[in-house]
Design a protein around this ligand. Structure first.
Ligand code: RB5
Length: 150
């Protein structure tokens, strides 16, 4: 798979570890994040990865900031993006199986490198289950087009 990764200044070290890990797993990874620890604005990097995923330049994305929250909230403003914060591997599997999340996010100030690797592998190995979950994901898409019906 082609994976877009992005981060702010809080996550430069963890981003490097995760890039190496994703390559070890046999995937391609494109770095859209910052590579310095100078204070920066996480919405920039959330948008870059979200645009890569929404335009299909990447199959999915990984976002890392201090908590995973700010950068995922920013990414979720881009049409077609379902970015989910995961602080452990079970959530990472379920956001793919149930929500067809196309980006996962986590916090460099929240999870250590080994948990982060488990989060990434659980997500990448999971498959969307479709069925009733597909109906619900379609409802989320309708929220973006104002076709939403109760
Ligand atoms: C940066 O200090 C921090 O606010 C950011 O990395 C993130 O945690 C925001 O949600």
């Amino acid at each position: 798979m082609k994976i877009a990764i992005g981060n702010d200044h809080a996550a430069v070290g963890l981003k490097r570890e995760i890039m190496a890990y994703v390559k070890e797993l046999g995937h391609e990874v494109e770095n859209y994040g910052t590579d310095t620890e100078d204070s920066c604005h996480y919405p920039l990097y959330g948008k870059k990865v979200a645009d890569a995923v929404a335009s299909k330049a990447a199959d999915c994305g990984i976002l890392i900031c201090g908590t995973g929250v700010g950068i995922s909230v920013a990414a979720n403003k881009v049409k077609g993006i379902r970015a989910a914060v995961c602080s452990e591997p079970v959530t990472a599997r379920l956001v793919k199986e149930h929500n067809n999340a196309n980006i996962i996010a986590f916090g460099a100030r929240i999870v250590g490198v080994e948990v982060a690797k488990e989060i990434v592998s659980s997500y990448l190995n999971a498959e969307f289950l479709g069925g009733r979950h597909a109906e619900r994901v379609a409802m989320i898409a309708d929220l973006e087009t104002e076709n939403f019906q109760e």
